[in-house]
Design a protein around this ligand. Structure first.
Ligand SMILES: *Cc1c(COP(=O)(O)O)cnc(C)c1O
Length: 364
């Protein structure tokens, strides 16, 4: 058997999976219309409603990673010519612009400096009558959290679309309370599950205004809804062969999170992130994300003057089996991105990371 190395995944995702999620992968494969698979699907959709904070019928795991969730969000809502306002403060918001344009939207972008949160007021007033307002809750390219609840209060008649790939299962997400209409995530970030599924949710209001015939068959929310029982209960219609091992893995994670209690899960991420960020500053390192908007689960560190960013990352990988991320675009060699997500959000990780970084800065 070819064996891959055991890495400590402290980059921007994937993270090391929860043990429950890995053990569940070893269960037998089920047919996609097996009663046991249907039961599991129901549990997964209900568990996702809990972590999303929603009662939306159209809540389901899309097959594919976070990007399939992003693609599903835009494909199911945009009809060519629709006005879509996008708040842009990082790489993933740039991708939202790209996807909206591919679906034929007339995009109004509102730009903010990377490292800063979005200004909800400026976004909400950028166009008098957009169909969709779109933003990223946790920008993984910069380590910044934006206030989507505030944007929800200001959205007016528009539909609010939220990227929650790096927030779901890590910090509070409350789709219904915040007035979010369409949201997507991925399993391999704070949900601590292997990559391959994209939790997705859509309000009734959004469903009524959806694109009734999206270009994507695979990600069509109506067809997927019939598959997971969103619309008609127990009767299921074949749509595609969902991966039962991945569903089982997510099922196990959702149960684990419910047992721990979501507020405790968020607190665990917050405590780890706070200690890590304080420890970095004690070491004399500077953080990139604006103070007050820093994500606990993803920290951006400024690479100190004279330090070779890539060498430090290579040293951590070879000496400690630790993966951390480089920056993206203009920040490529200027920041490191360090994730404390899912199973890695704990004090043992913080101590290991601070020690390893100290060693790397000395010896790399
Ligand atoms: C990782 C990420 C994505 C893309 O998810 P993939 O699982 O890599 O397809 C989208 N948005 C944000 C904010 C992310 O961090």
């Amino acid at each position: 058997m070819a064996v891959v190395p055991y890495r400590r995944l402290f980059g921007p995702g994937p993270c090391n999976a929860y043990p429950e999620a890995l053990i569940a992968l070893q269960q037998p494969v089920l047919g996609h219309l097996d009663p046991a698979f249907i039961e599991m699907t129901d549990r997964v959709c209900d568990g996702l409603r809990t972590v999303w904070g929603t009662s939306n019928r159209y809540t389901m795991p899309m097959s594919g990673t976070g990007m399939s969730g992003m693609e599903a969000a835009f494909a199911n809502i945009v009809v060519p010519g629709d006005v879509v306002v996008v708040a842009v403060n990082g790489l993933f918001a740039e991708r939202q612009v790209d996807l909206a344009e591919r679906m034929g939207a007339q995009v109004v972008r509102v730009d903010f400096p990377w490292g800063q949160p979005i200004d909800p007021e400026a976004v909400a007033t950028a166009h008098p009558n957009p169909k969709v307002i779109s933003a990223v809750h946790a920008e993984t390219s910069t380590g910044v959290r934006s206030d989507l609840a505030a944007l929800g209060r200001l959205k007016g008649d528009a539909l609010l679309l939220m990227d929650a790939v790096t927030s779901l299962g890590g910090i509070e997400v409350a789709v219904d309370d915040w007035g979010v209409d369409i949201a997507y995530s991925g399993t391999q970030k704070c949900l601590g599950t292997p990559p391959g599924l994209a939790p997705f949710t859509m309000s009734e209001r959004a469903y009524e205004r959806r694109n009734p015939r999206p270009h994507s068959f695979y990600l069509d929310v109506t067809l997927m809804g019939a598959y997971v029982g969103a619309a008609q209960g127990p009767v299921r219609a074949y749509h595609h062969t969902a991966s039962s091992p991945l569903y089982a893995s997510l099922d196990a994670t959702l149960r684990r999170l419910a047992d721990e209690g979501l507020p405790n899960v968020w607190a665990r991420h917050q405590v780890a992130g706070d200690h890590f960020q304080a420890g970095l500053q004690d070491m004399g390192l500077e953080l990139f994300a604006a103070e007050g908007s820093r994500l606990p689960e993803l920290t951006t560190i400024k690479v100190p003057e004279g330090v070779d960013s890539a060498r430090v990352r290579a040293f951590l990988l070879s000496e400690y089996d630790i993966e951390i991320g480089a920056g993206v675009k203009d920040l490529a060699s200027k920041v490191w991105r360090v994730g404390l997500m899912g199973a890695n959000a704990n004090m043992a990780s913080v101590t290991l990371l601070l020690g390893a970084l100290q060693d790397a800065l000395k010896r790399a």
